[in-house]
Each structure stands twice: as C-alpha cells, then as structure tokens.
Design a protein around this ligand. Structure first.
Ligand code: FAD
Length: 595
C-alpha cells in the first residue's frame, strides 16, 4: 500500500467550495465515514475530508527507520479478532491491499518484570503456581491475594463484584466461572455487557454498598476489593496506569476481562504498519467520484448560514498559504477527539459556553489519558543475544514503563525496539526532557543562535539538542540525515537507556543508532486515548455526541466517545452507528449482522 503524497492529499485551497458533507479529521473515523458515505447506494454527491496535518492516519502513525524494513508504530499498533469491523476491513474488504500478520507477544519466560527493584521473569507467577507455591513480589498484598499475577487479580476483582450482585447471578451466573484458584472465565457478549453495565450493583458492606458500579471509579473498586497496595501493584504490573485510573468501573470491567487480562487474546497487525488501514480507507475514498482530502487545512470555526448556498460555512486555515478560506456544507462530521473539539472556536452557536452547558458537560465526560512512545533502532537485537528473547514486552515501575522487542529485519540484523511506551503520570517525566525547552533557546530553525559566548549554527544546535544518530553499514549518512529533526533529545535517550539497562540488569546494552519519539498529549490530540468518567450515562452521551443538536446536521465521531476507547475499533463503531442513524446508511454486507 503506497503512502499518499501531499499532492494527492491536496494541500491547497478552493474558496467557496460547496459540499454535501464536510468531514473534519483524517484519522480512521473520518476516512471511514468518507468511504462509507460515498460507496453507499444512497450516497451524497460531494464529501471532502479536511486534515490539519500533512499526513493522514491521526493516532495511527507507522514509520520506517533507516537501515531496517520493520515498521515502527508511534500510535496504534495491533488489533484482535474481537474487533469485528477492523478485522472485516483488513481481512475481507481490503484483503487485496492489506496483509494481516500475527503481532507476537513472545514467550513470557524470556521477558522481565522489574518493580520495586525486584527483577524477575514474566512467567514467575505461573511457574510458582504450577509448583503449588506462590510467587512473592515486593508488594505487600493481602495473604489471600498473594501469588496472583496482575491479569489474574484483575479477573478475580471483576468476577467477585459480578457474583456478589443477586441480579447478575439470576441472569448471567452460567456465563462466568472460576474452575480453579487462579482461573476465571467470562463468556459474556457485548450485548450482555450493555445490559449489565448500567444495572450492576456493588453489593459489599462498606462505603459503596448499594451503589451502581457505573457510579464508581475502577480505583474505588480495586481499593475496596483488594486494598491500596493491590491498586499500586495492578497499576504498575498491568503495564498501563490508564487501566487503573479512576475511570468508570462498569466500563472498565468488560475492557479488562475482554482484552488486557485475557491470556487467550491473540493480536494481529498489518505488514507494513497498522496505519495502512487508514491509507487503504483513504485510497478507496479517493477513488470515489466527489471525494477529496485537504491536508494542511485546519478547521477553525463553523457557523450557520441564512443566505449562503449551504446550511453551514466552515472557516478553514490553510497551512502553506497561512490564509483562511470558506467552505460551504450541508452537514459536518467532526471526526476528532475531545481536545481537538476544544480547540475549535468555542464561542460559535454550537459551542457557546453560555448556552451550551450540556454540550460542554458531555464533552468533558471522558478523561484525557496522556501517552508517549520512544522508538529506537539497534544494529543488533541485543535482547536475543543477552537473554534469548525474540518478541513481546517487559514491564517496570521505572518511568519507561513498558518496552517491546519488535524483532529483527529479515533482510539484516538491524532491530527495532520500543524503548518506552508509557502513559498517565509517567508522561510528565519525559515531558521536561523534550526539545520544547530547547526551542526557546533557538526560536528560528534556520538562523545561527548565540548561547553565552558561543554562536551555534542550526545544524550544530540541532545536534547539541538532539540525539546524534549514527550511520551504520546499512543506514548510510545521507539516509540518517533525513531523520535529524525527529531524533529524541539526547538527554531523553540517555535517561531511557539508563532505565533500559537497569530493567534488564545489564550495563552492556549498547546505544541505539537512531531514535524517534511521539508524545500524543500534545495538540491537537491532547491525549493518547480516552476513558469514561464514573457516573456518566455512557449510552446516552454516546447517542448525544453522534448528533448533539437534533435540529442541526453536525455530528461527532471517533474513539473518544466510544465504548471501545483506546482502540481503532471504537472509532469505527461510533462512525458506523452515526452513519446508519443519521445518514440512512444500510448495515454493511461485509460485517457480521449480529455484531
Ligand atoms: P484521531 O486518530 O485522533 O484523528 C483525528 C484527526 O483529526 C487527526 O488526524 C487530527 O490531526 C485531525 N484534526 C484535529 N483537529 C482538526 C481540525 N481542527 N481541523 C482538521 N483536522 C483536525 N488502537 C488500536 O486499535 N490498537 C492499538 O494497539 C492502539 N494503540 C495505541 C497506542 C497509542 C500510543 C495511541 C496514542 C493510540 C492507540 N490506539 C490503538 C488508539 C487508536 O490509535 C485510536 O483509537 C484511533 O486511531 C483514533 O481514531 P480517530 O479517528 O477517532 O481520531
């Protein structure tokens, strides 16, 4: 699948353009909406996508470091077969363009956990259990919880809360089981969960007795069920602080047992990178009559028009010309997350804080969860040589949190390593090391800059501020030079490598020859992913967002206000629902009718 060039994406402008539907956001939900609209039998004539950056894909961004052919993922990287829209798109609709490949999680016996300075193999819990003993971590868990791996403990908490509610037992007891001490099984469907989530009651004596689980945060529940030390343990050992944030507990339950704590979950990705999904959608969209993608064009505002040719006029800022232009459209789809919505003009008829209180309350009903990734290229897969690992991840309480061994290029020995995948409270640790501060030292990228008595030429300055990538036998200097601007700051790389060495207990791990990093907390995303707040009526807010004002043809879609947050699948489910409800699209023939 080839990347679309800026020319194909069209980075110009066409003032007074008239459209049936203007889609704002070239992430998967926007591109999917455009493709579905223009391939429907009752299709509108003209549907264009507006994207503020110079690429499409949004929070999917696959990159290729010089010297290797393995794609590096800065954003989303995998899907599961439970993701039915994604799976059908990749494996049926775009089967000719996309090649699914397993996303290997490797052998836990070759991975590390390093928490509270205790280093052990990731299969330590299962190994002890097989021997009839308990693995003791440096966490002071209650005696009855000691020996549970983080996945098993997540499952136990969900299971215990479900089975304490007589209503659940009466209706669904046959669908969950606990056949052995550490073995919890859940056969609840998405439909079951839709009915359980708003009804489930917390039936334990104490502060929360009789409350709806939907009104509690997941932290509240974990603390009440297992204690604060267990909460600390699950936050760290589970790999993601976002999983145990105090988000809506009823939403957290299916999320945790359906994926993260389910050892049977098999992941897949796409050869060439997960963002190929976005490119396949964009390519198919652009092949339709009446389509266009306007890159480097940022929506600034939209207003109702009384005399104009269409219902709404959109003010779009064109990056290359630094000028605004007007687009007229009969319907608008805002395919973007919470922070992007908040960056639009908040004083127009739609967002007016004086009159649109409910809109702002609903927009704020999701937690914005910071996420950060730091990729590195190595000449040799040191993880293979040092401890026989070929793929998968290790986890630590150090701020780097998770690292992934992405494997070795089949053509050579150069190897890709995700040195840090971290979220929530660990992101600020890296924030301060970002070159944002260095940009203050050197506001103009093309002019020399004085620091004290020294004058630094731009290239010298960049090399001082950022990690200096090194040419290798397979990555010649001219290739490396193209990556100078995306290098992580040198201090960040030094710090990350110190943590990587500490996690593995190996001071001889070499330095990378190249790096690349991304902090999704920056605008316009504001977060890597989102989570519903406790107490929110999720079904109602999701319905509301798909058409916030019944009298207006303005729609919001994407991952942020979905019931599979943090996944491409969530973004696509919301888009599909919105298209069926408000654009009269029929159920797609390629999608399981029972989904
Ligand atoms: P986005 O991708 O955020 O798209 C919004 C688009 O709108 C962006 O392109 C943005 O530039 C544009 N935009 C914003 N404002 C404007 C404006 N004013 N004018 C014009 N354009 C605008 N999902 C998975 O399925 N599997 C994973 O393994 C996975 N891992 C992840 C790891 C990380 C680190 C992150 C950050 C995300 C991950 N996700 C994963 C989630 C997945 O990437 C998202 O759910 C999905 O890509 C969101 O798509 P979207 O269309 O809702 O929004």
């Amino acid at each position: 699948m080839k990347r679309l060039s800026l020319q194909e994406l069209n980075s110009g402008s066409e003032p007074a353009l008239e459209l049936d539907v203007a889609i704002v956001g070239g992430g998967v939900s926007g591109l999917y909406s455009g493709w579905r609209l223009l391939t429907a039998p009752n299709r509108p004539e003209k549907v264009h996508v507006f994207e503020m950056s110079d690429r499409i894909g949004g929070r999917l961004e696959s990159i290729q470091l010089p010297g290797m052919h393995i794609p590096g993922e800065l954003g989303g990287m995998r899907y599961t077969t439970q993701h039915e829209i994604v799976t059908a798109l990749i494996e049926k609709v775009f089967a000719a363009q996309l090649t699914p490949v397993p996303f290997s999680m490797g052998d836990p016996a070759t991975h590390y956990f390093y928490m509270r300075t205790q280093r052990f193999r990731a299969n330590a819990w299962q190994q002890a259990q097989a021997e009839g003993s308990k693995f003791h971590s440096h966490y002071f868990l209650r005696p009855d919880l000691c020996g549970f791996s983080p996945d098993q403990l997540f499952n136990k908490i969900v299971y215990d809360v479900l089975l304490a509610d007589p209503w659940f037992v009466q209706n669904y007891a046959g669908k969950v089981s606990n056949p052995a001490r550490y073995d919890y099984r859940f056969q609840l469907t998405a439909e079951d969960w839709d009915s359980i989530k708003p009804r489930l009651t917390y039936c334990f004596p104490g502060a929360y007795h009789g409350m709806h689980v939907n009104d509690l945060g997941f932290w509240n529940v974990i603390k009440d069920q297992a204690g604060e030390e267990a909460f600390e343990y699950l936050g760290v050992a589970g790999g993601y602080y976002s999983n145990v944030a105090n988000w809506n507990a009823a939403e957290a339950f299916p999320y945790m047992v359906g994926d993260f704590s389910n050892a049977a979950t098999a992941y897949k990705t796409i050869a060439g990178g997960y963002d190929q999904t976005a490119y396949a959608l964009a390519d198919a969209f652009l092949h339709q009559r009446g389509s266009a993608i306007w890159a480097q064009n940022r929506l600034v505002n939209f207003e109702k028009t009384s005399a104009g040719p269409r219902r709404y006029s959109l003010t779009v800022f064109n990056g290359p010309s630094q000028k605004t232009w007007t687009v007229h459209a009969d319907a608008i789809i805002l395919a973007m997350p919470r922070r992007s919505l908040e960056l639009l003009n908040q004083f127009n008829f739609f967002f007016d804080p004086e009159t649109q209180l409910q809109r702002h309350r609903h927009m704020a009903s999701v937690i914005m969860e910071p996420a950060f990734k730091l990729l590195m290229g190595f000449e040799e897969p040191w993880w293979k040589e040092h401890f026989g690992c070929t793929s998968g991840e290790s986890v630590t309480d150090l701020p780097m949190r998770q690292c992934y061994y992405f494997g070795t290029d089949t053509h050579d020995s150069h190897s890709l390593f995700l040195a840090s995948y971290n979220d929530m409270q660990s992101v600020p640790f890296w924030d301060v090391l970002e070159s944002k501060d260095l940009e203050h030292w050197h506001p103009h990228p093309h002019k020399p800059h004085r620091i004290g008595t020294r004058t630094l030429e731009p290239q010298t300055w960049k090399k001082h501020a950022r990690w200096t990538p090194r040419a290798t036998s397979l990555a010649p200097q001219h290739e490396i030079d193209k990556f100078l601007d995306v290098q992580a700051p040198a201090a960040m790389v030094r710090e990350a490598m110190a943590q990587v060495r500490e996690l593995h207990g190996n001071a001889h791990i070499p330095d990378p020859y190249i790096t690349h990093f991304k902090n999704w907390t920056e605008d316009p995303f504001g977060a890597g992913y989102h989570a519903w707040k406790a107490g929110v009526n999720v079904a109602e807010v999701m319905r509301y967002m798909r058409r916030p004002e019944p009298a207006e043809a303005i729609h919001i879609c994407g991952e942020a206000y979905s019931d599979q947050q943090g996944w491409v699948e969530g973004a696509l489910c919301v888009a599909e629902r919105m298209l069926q409800e408000h654009f009269a699209l029929a159920w797609p023939e390629w999608l399981n009718p029972k989904y």
